[in-house]
Design a binder for this molecule. Structure first.
Ligand code: KIV
Length: 278
């Protein structure tokens, strides 16, 4: 059975943990789904880990729809949350509702995620009023990388921590079903988790959150350009892939691939008739 937003609230109410990973294609989504992850995030991090940009800013609605639809086809049970890309909601509440709707209608998302707190309260409320579940995202919000002056931990001063708390409350009041806390000191994330009635999903926010999310290339050791401090490596898939690619190259060069078992046969008489005619 397909998971719903109830999985998130159940974890909050019963003290469980929500598991969430990013995916951007059918194959990866199918594997994560089979492993039993609660939810899959089609993050705009795809701009970096799939498309090779320096940050998430160039990602378009078309990119998100394309990848979201592929992930949705691979997610039989996992709940699919798709990111609203940079400038798909910032300019107006109307943009926010129309583009959230496209991610659901064309990208088959079960919910959308957008970055920002107090400033985007009306945007979140309007999307929720259109019957689209919204996940908030506060703290280090990558679409604001230029405004932050880099990918930096947020909420370290009294003023910043208070702003983060106000953002968390605004997201909850606007009707979001959950909120991502990214790069937030653990004690502050735990405090926010305690005062909210919706679940918090942490990434670089310590163990006190109601759930965790990671970019799958980070946790599988597949993306070498940048490894955040919070990204534990659970496997070294990058090395396994490189090794497989090297063995393929070697076997094609030395002629041992393809061998008989990977080759199709033709009847000898047929082949003889073909060559005689030429
Ligand atoms: O785009 C993304 O992958 C995200 C996670 C880092 C939370 O927003």
């Amino acid at each position: 059975m397909k998971n719903t937003i109830a999985v998130f609230q159940k974890a909050k109410n019963e003290g469980g943990k929500v598991t969430m990973l990013t995916a951007y294609d059918y194959t990866t989504a199918s594997l994560e789904d089979a492993a039993g992850v609660d939810a899959i995030l089609v993050g705009d991090s795809l701009g970096m880990v799939m498309l090779g940009y320096d940050n998430t800013l160039p990602v378009t609605m078309e990119d998100m729809i394309h990848h979201s639809a592929a992930v949705a086809r691979g997610s039989k049970q996992a709940f699919v949350v798709t990111d609203m890309p940079f400038m798909s909601y910032q300019a107006s509440v109307r943009d926010a509702v129309i583009n959230a709707g496209r991610l659901v209608k064309e990208g088959y998302a079960d919910a959308v995620k957008l970055e920002g707190g107090t400033l985007f309260k009306e945007h979140i409320r309007a999307i929720v009023n259109a019957s689209i579940p919204v996940m908030g995202h506060i703290g280090m919000t990558p679409q604001s990388v230029n405004a932050f002056g880099g990918f930096k931990v947020q909420g370290k001063s009294v003023a910043d921590a208070k702003r983060l708390i106000a953002d968390a409350k605004a997201v909850e009041e606007a009707g979001a079903f959950a909120v991502v806390l990214e790069c937030v000191p653990a004690a502050l994330a735990e405090y926010v988790t305690d005062i909210l009635s919706i679940p918090t999903i942490g990434i670089g926010a310590g163990a006190g959150c109601d759930g965790q999310v990671l970019v799958y290339q980070d946790m599988l050791g597949m993306y070498a350009d940048f490894t955040p401090k919070f990204a534990k490596r659970f496997a070294d898939v990058g090395e396994v892939m490189k090794d497989g690619f090297k063995r393929y190259i070697e076997e094609v060069k030395n002629g041992s691939f393809p061998s008989k078992e990977h080759t199709f046969k033709i009847d000898e008489d047929t082949m003889k008739a073909v060559t005689e005619d030429n």
